[in-house]
Write a protein that binds this ligand. Structure first.
Ligand SMILES: [Zn+2]
Length: 357
């Protein structure tokens, strides 16, 4: 167990203590807790929230496509899979030997308990609306803007940080003891865990300049619906998930074997921008439709390297709330009352409270 701070200085001059990290490798669950960053208001709509671009058209040469995929796998440190893919592909010997050399140069990360955890909430798209809202203080204290987040990603990448899922860090052995799992990276690369709490697009945020929800677009990409101050609807990259997806597509070496981040879900306003809570919204055709839509998005996200954790159903306080209320909260989040979700193994503790006591 250990904790350490991590400060980010963006190229744009954004400087902040991004998060303080405590990771507890506990029997049966990996708990991550965090203290959110502070942010400075910007007084204009963030121009760096851009629509998603059109994907490149697929190549018609199958060998070329296989080689490109092998390069992408090797860039994301999945050397074995890359080599297996190239086996039997004529003329790929030199590509295989390049990948084998990269594999030989990779070193085991020495101490998984020192892996940093960086945490965000949903990003502010329209700073003008966010900082004019009754919740402006909270947004200023706990949220980052799209522009700040993009600067952080560039900075993390420049420093050699690589996304890794918590599940990659350790596993229980047969005695129930958490043991570290090996992570092999080239010299100069450092794994880190990214988590995003809530991503509920809560009802109170609806007109405050945030995205509305996550959706799967016709190209199969997970993007956001966003409504601007004039009521105009947009679809594109307006929050952490699609921005990270795009960044990893451009920089496969920012992700360890395709890992992305972990979403800490609550339930009381539904999930991912869909009002899925039967308890809150009733067992109606509308709720069931919302559950189906959210499930489609979550399935696409899981397939693309994202993971889900519990952030408690009602955003409760794990330090001061009674055991009875913790039990009740866990029941509200159980699959029976929130059927789109299997019970998660990880906990992203609300309100930065991680003390096992
Ligand atoms: Zn939270």
């Amino acid at each position: 167990m250990s904790s350490r701070g991590y400060a980010v200085t963006g190229r744009s001059g954004v400087s902040r203590a991004a998060t303080r990290v405590t990771m507890v490798l506990a029997a049966g669950a990996l708990m991550v807790g965090c203290v959110p960053s502070t942010s400075s208001p910007q007084q204009a709509v963030d121009q760096s929230a851009t629509p998603s671009s059109t994907s490149a058209s697929p190549t018609t040469d199958p060998t070329k496509a296989v080689r490109a995929e092998a390069d992408r796998l090797a860039a994301s440190y999945d050397y074995g899979k890359a080599v297996r893919l190239l086996k039997g592909v004529a003329g790929s010997e030199s590509q295989i030997s390049t990948i084998e050399a990269a594999k030989a140069a990779a070193k085991r990360f020495p101490d998984n308990t020192t892996i940093s955890h960086l945490f965000y909430h949903s990003l502010i798209v329209d700073t003008k609306r966010a900082f004019a809202s009754p919740t402006a203080k909270g947004y200023d204290d706990y949220m980052a803007t799209v522009g700040e987040f993009r600067a952080h990603l560039e900075d993390l990448y420049d420093r050699g940080y690589v996304l890794v899922s918590p599940e990659r860090i350790g596993q229980l052995d047969e005695t129930g003891t958490m043991v570290p799992s090996p992570i092999y990276l080239p010299p100069g690369k450092t794994p880190f865990v990214l988590s995003i709490d809530d991503v509920s697009y809560y009802e109170y945020m609806k007109v405050d300049g945030f995205a509305q929800r996550l959706v799967v677009n016709p190209r199969g990409e997970v993007v956001n619906d966003y409504v601007d101050a004039a009521g105009q609807k947009h679809q594109g990259r307006y929050d952490v998930v699609p921005i990270v997806d795009d960044f990893v597509t451009k920089h496969p070496d920012f992700s360890y074997r395709g890992d992305k981040g972990t979403i800490g879900l609550t339930g009381y306003n539904g999930v991912l921008g869909y009002r899925t809570s039967v308890r809150e919204y009733g067992d109606t055709p509308t709720t069931r439709s919302e559950i189906a839509k959210a499930t489609t998005v979550a399935t696409a996200m899981r397939a693309d390297g994202w993971r889900f954790a519990s952030h408690s159903w009602g955003h409760i306080n794990f330090t001061t709330d009674s055991v009875a209320s913790l039990r009740a909260d866990a029941q509200h989040g159980a699959p029976r009352s929130n059927p789109s979700w299997a019970r998660p193994r990880n906990l992203s503790s609300p309100s930065a409270r991680t003390s096992p006591g």
